[in-house]
Ligand binder design. Sequence first.
Ligand code: PMP
Length: 364
Amino acid sequence: MSIDNLIANVIRADVRAAGAYVVPDASGFIKLDAMENPYELPAELRQELGQRLADAVLNRYPVASYATLKEKVKNKLGIPAGFDVMLGNGSDELIQIVTTTVASQERRASVLAPVPAFVMYARSAQFAGADFVGVKLKADFTLDMEAMLAAIALHRPAVVFLAYPNNPTGNLFAVEDIEAILHAQGEHGIVVLDEAYQPFARETFMDRVKEFENLVVMRTVSKLGLAGIRLGYMTAAPELLAEFEKVRPPYNVNVLTQVAAEFVLEHIDVLDAQAASINAERERLSAELAALPGVEVFASSANFILLRVPDAAAVCAKVYDARVLIKNLSKMHGMLANCIRVTVSTPEENSAFLNALKAALTQA
Ligand code: PMP
């Protein structure tokens, strides 16, 4: 018996060939690599939340309908009247559910997204057994509509994922481009608008689910300040949601998440105020970065900033030595050569990053 043979016999070749999703250990670092909200809940709210969590019924499965939490999500997060939501263990799980729902053995499906994009679109498509088609963005990170429409006509993708704003570039795609993609997909394909960064952009397609039956609007509470509880949600035509519901594991959102989300959504104004101060800091940080010689800053509508430096590997190593964790995207895509992405954080943490970057740029 050899474990290598066992793996060769049972594990899919494409999974064996894949790398794991790597999350670096951030202990002791200023963590600016994962687009988290740096602010915790105020102490008095944490106290109250503690009591709610203590009262949570842990010996039972969650209530399968998630009716109370869904009502809160619908009322507090701007879901159009008459539309339902589906909940996920983070929007990562929702992406996985969407790709799994469309892929099948007898009719191989394609999943298309502009690239560079959030990596989970390609990974989820692959693991669901679908073909991933990446269509390069233009050099200014806008959609290459000629290439998008040609690829849609050629591949007839079951799903097009568009992050709005896009990760890792931070920009919002043009509304008319997204509309053209929705029309091009028509009854042949879904368009998932992934609005993970909507709390910072404020722009949304949410109301347009009334107009486009092939539109799915997906969001998460992660960037808003609740990354730890893992809760994503999506809205679409009820008939479409009903199909996704069949694939969703029945108790995918746990009781502690449910209780915490129900409580925090009652205090959504606190998180909205945090998002507003992150937005103000984004403007300050962008301006200071743009003033540095050799640094190119891309306009962002999200809670992170993409920048290009002369030598990203050297800069990231120096910034890392100063105990600040950022993301070097150089290897992610050819268009991102020497690009790094930094999460916008508190004024103090942003300044620590700026100082580390300035020092790195002069030494590198
Ligand atoms: N969509 C986009 C565009 C993201 O950048 C991320 C997280 N980086 C996600 C979805 C996943 O979010 P969640 O924490 O809800 O799984």
